[in-house]
Ligand binder design. Structure first.
Ligand code: HEC
Ligand code: HEC
Length: 402
């Protein structure tokens, strides 16, 4: 066996004169005792693009190529919901930036509403806590939430999902190969899905090339002005952090921007379009008996019971934000222009709102610049979209294949 230590002592480039040098090389190397063949160490299959930090993962779950592939299959497998219709990938849709563009709040098993907007799972491997309220920390365990939630995939128990996986012939051997002989279990299902999610990196956006790739021309003059507003007058980078060598656009902390508080307020009057040419204003008293009740949601308070956490939600990443409408935990803002207006006014003006959200007095031009900057954050992840769509077993007849 040729040891690397030995080869590095060769003068010049050994590859050039490989044929001639081979005999000499073997002779030289024969002094070095050959190391006994070892099982290859497990290697992370995740290559991180420009603008992102190294992908962290727990020591016990190296995201190998086999685990990522198995996790992808599980993520898009509709058979793993109780009635065989719902997969993770139907709310985290690949060609919707791994969220659902058409729904403010997700719809799960048999039409049941989930009370929040589905966040993107692109770059989710970097999050230090999960969900809008941070109620979970580990991707390894998180998947069991939607697998078992009544309004998501509605499985009666972990055992039910594991038994189903044991009975599905197309999984034959995949778990065992990915996990050194271990078959489907609560742990291995969670580990495979976590590995797939960690592989969903998206970077090398035009912003990354500008900021980290030394390509000053990657952003237009307007987009560069927008970045100046983002990190200066607009104060956005206080929470949506941009580092010196990489950026996740989140501090992963929790703030009350006022959005949740506003949602809990009863509307004073509601504009109702009755026919295409006739609309009217109805009062709260008139609307209540015929409307759906707004699901109660007090954010992080539900986890900590600390009154300071009322209506506080996790700062989301802004990578790919142009792809992940609608916005905020309840999907209540439809466009980036609306989001910028919201911040310019100083948030919703809730009594206990974060003191970091204040009126900004941006000019119309500064607002337009800011929006144009946010649109430069789309990263490269075409491979993830293609592989996801190929994996999904359901193809609709609609305009997009999902
Ligand atoms: C019915 C739609 C739906 C399905 C099905 C679904 N999710 Fe989600 N997902 C959501 C919503 C909504 C949230 C946010 C919930 C909250 O914050 O309370 C979420 C949050 C997440 C998060 C946290 C992201 C973050 O930014 O913190 C991850 C990770 C995730 N889902 C993975 C999965 C996996 C894995 C599956 C399949 C086992 C799955 N989801 C199935 C709608 C869905
Ligand atoms: C005090 C911290 C803070 C500041 C300052 C801040 N944000 Fe946010 N941002 C948040 C939080 C928290 C949310 C999530 C709110 C929710 O889910 O209800 C959010 C959500 C967003 C979203 C929606 C993302 C999505 O996927 O739903 C966008 C876009 C956004 N912010 C852009 C900005 C811009 C632009 C600025 C500057 C004008 C800014 N933010 C300033 C904390 C902040």
């Amino acid at each position: 066996m040729i040891s690397r230590r030995c080869c590095s002592k060769m003068p010049g480039n050994p590859c050039r004169a490989l044929a001639l040098a081979l005999a000499a090389l073997f002779a030289a190397c024969s002094e070095v005792p050959a190391t006994p063949a070892q099982a290859p160490a497990e290697m992370s299959a995740i290559a991180v693009p420009l603008g992102l930090p190294p992908m962290p993962y727990p020591a016990g779950n190296v995201p190998t190529a086999e685990r990522v592939e198995l996790g992808r299959k599980l993520f898009f497998d509709r058979r793993l919901s109780f009635n065989g219709t719902m997969s993770c990938g139907m709310c985290h849709v690949p060609d919707h930036g791994f969220t659902s563009n058409e729904l403010r709040m997700s719809i799960g098993n048999e039409g049941a509403t989930v009370r929040r907007n589905a966040p993107t799972v692109l770059n989710v491997g970097y999050h230090t806590s999960l969900f809008h309220d941070g109620r979970d920390r580990e991707l390894e365990t998180q998947a069991w939430g939607p697998f078992l939630a009544n309004n998501e995939m509605a499985n009666p128990s972990m055992g039910h999902v594991i038994d189903k996986l044991r009975s599905l012939p197309d999984y034959g051997g995949m778990f065992e190969r990915a996990f050194g002989g271990r078959g489907p279990s609560a742990d291995t299902v969670g580990q495979a899905i976590a590995s797939y999610e960690r592989s969903l990196v998206s970077g090398n956006s035009r912003f990354d090339r500008f900021r980290y790739g030394g390509d000053a021309g990657a952003l237009s003059a307007q987009e560069q002005r927008g970045f100046a507003v983002f990190s200066g007058k607009g104060r956005c980078a206080t929470c949506h952090l941009v580092g010196d060598t990489s950026a996740l656009f989140s501090d992963f902390r929790f703030y009350n921007t006022g959005i949740g508080w506003v949602r809990g307020l009863p509307p004073s009057t509601v504009h109702v379009q009755l026919t295409p040419d006739y609309s009217t204003e109805l009062t709260e008293k008139e609307i209540l008996p015929i409307s759906e009740t707004v699901p109660n949601d007090v954010g992080r308070f539900e986890i900590t019971l600390d009154p300071d956490d009322r209506w506080a939600y996790k700062t989301p990443t802004l990578r790919n934000v142009a792809l992940t409408a609608p916005y905020m935990h309840d999907g209540s803002l439809s466009t980036l222009e609306e989001v910028v207006e919201f911040y310019d006014k100083g948030g919703a003006g809730a009594p206990e709102q974060s003191p970091l959200i204040v009126p900004l007095a941006l000019s119309a031009e500064e607002k337009a610049d800011l929006v144009s900057f946010l649109k430069t954050l789309n990263g490269e992840h075409e491979t993830h979209v293609r592989e996801g769509l190929q994996q999904s077993s359901y193809v609709s007849t609609g305009s997009h294949r999902y």
